[in-house]
Ligand binder design. Structure first.
Ligand code: MG
Length: 219
C-alpha cells in the first residue's frame, strides 16, 4: 500500500487504489496500432503494485524484449462515485498527474492474437511511473493540457488532451457505470501517438502543461 505524493508538499493519507486504464483514446495512436476507435472506451486494469515515482527506475522483465512508453494524463479520484453523470463527474476528482503506461509490447501483441487479457503485458512491477499529484484547484481544464514525452532529450510524444476522443467527464461517467470509483483510484486516460521502444539506460522525461513533470529511467 503506497500513498500519493502531492506537488504542494502536503502529506495526505491517500493510498493508491486501482489503476483503471483506457486504450485507443487518441485517434492517431489507434491508427499507429492498426486499431479502431470504439464508441465506448476500451478498459483494462493495472495493479497498484506497478507504481513508481519521480527519480525511480523502470525494470525490464526477463520475459520481454520490447518495452514501449505511453505518456498519459492521470485523474485521481477524491470522492466515491457510482453511476455519476458527466455534469457531476469532475466534482469527484481530487487532482491530476502524469502517468506512463509502460507496456511489454511483444507480450501484448501475442495476447492480442490469442484474444487473451493484457494483464501480463501491462502489470509488471515498475510499469506505472507517476508524477506528484496536482490538486484540481491548481490545474486548468483537464481537457486542454499539453502532454509530451522525451526519451534521452528527444521528443517522442507531443499532443494535447483536447485530441482525446472522450472528455475526462465522459470517461468518469463511463467507468463509474461499471465499477465504483473510490478515493485514491487512478484513471490513466490513454496515450497519444508516438509510442516507441525504451531500453536499459534510457531517460524518460514527461510534461503536462506547466503543472507537472515526471523523470524516470530504465535500469
Ligand atoms: Mg496506455
Amino acid at each position: 500500500m503506497t500513498n500519493y505524493i502531492f506537488k504542494d508538499g502536503v502529506k495526505r493519507n491517500i493510498t493508491i487504489g486501482k489503476l483503471v486504464c483506457l486504450a485507443r483514446t487518441y485517434k492517431k495512436h489507434a491508427e499507429e496500432m492498426n486499431s479502431e476507435v470504439t464508441e465506448d472506451p476500451v478498459l483494462f486494469l493495472k495493479p497498484a503494485s506497478s507504481v513508481i515515482f519521480n527519480g525511480e527506475s523502470i525494470v525490464v522483465p526477463k520475459i520481454s524484449k520490447c518495452l514501449h512508453h505511453e505518456v498519459e494524463l492521470g485523474v485521481v479520484i477524491g470522492k466515491k462515485c457510482k453511476n455519476v453523470s458527466k455534469k457531476d463527474a469532475l466534482d469527484h476528482v481530487l487532482g491530476y498527474l502524469l502517468a506512463l503506461d509502460i507496456t511489454a509490447r511483444d507480450i501484448q501483441s501475442e495476447t492480442k492474437k490469442k484474444g487473451w487479457p493484457w494483464s501480463i503485458a501491462k502489470g509488471f512491477d515498475t510499469f506505472a511511473p507517476i508524477s506528484d499529484v496536482v490538486l484540481k484547484k491548481d490545474a486548468p481544464d483537464p481537457n486542454s493540457l499539453d502532454i509530451s514525452l522525451k526519451v534521452n532529450g528527444e521528443i517522442k510524444q507531443s499532443s494535447n488532451t483536447n485530441n482525446m476522443v472522450f472528455s475526462v467527464e465522459r470517461i468518469i461517467e463511463f467507468i463509474s457505470q461499471i465499477m465504483t470509483l473510490e478515493p485514491g483510484d487512478l484513471i490513466m486516460t490513454g496515450t497519444p501517438e508516438g509510442v516507441g521502444e525504451i531500453k536499459t539506460g534510457d531517460v524518460l522525461e514527461a510534461e503536462l502543461g506547466d503543472i507537472c513533470s515526471l523523470k524516470v529511467n530504465v535500469s
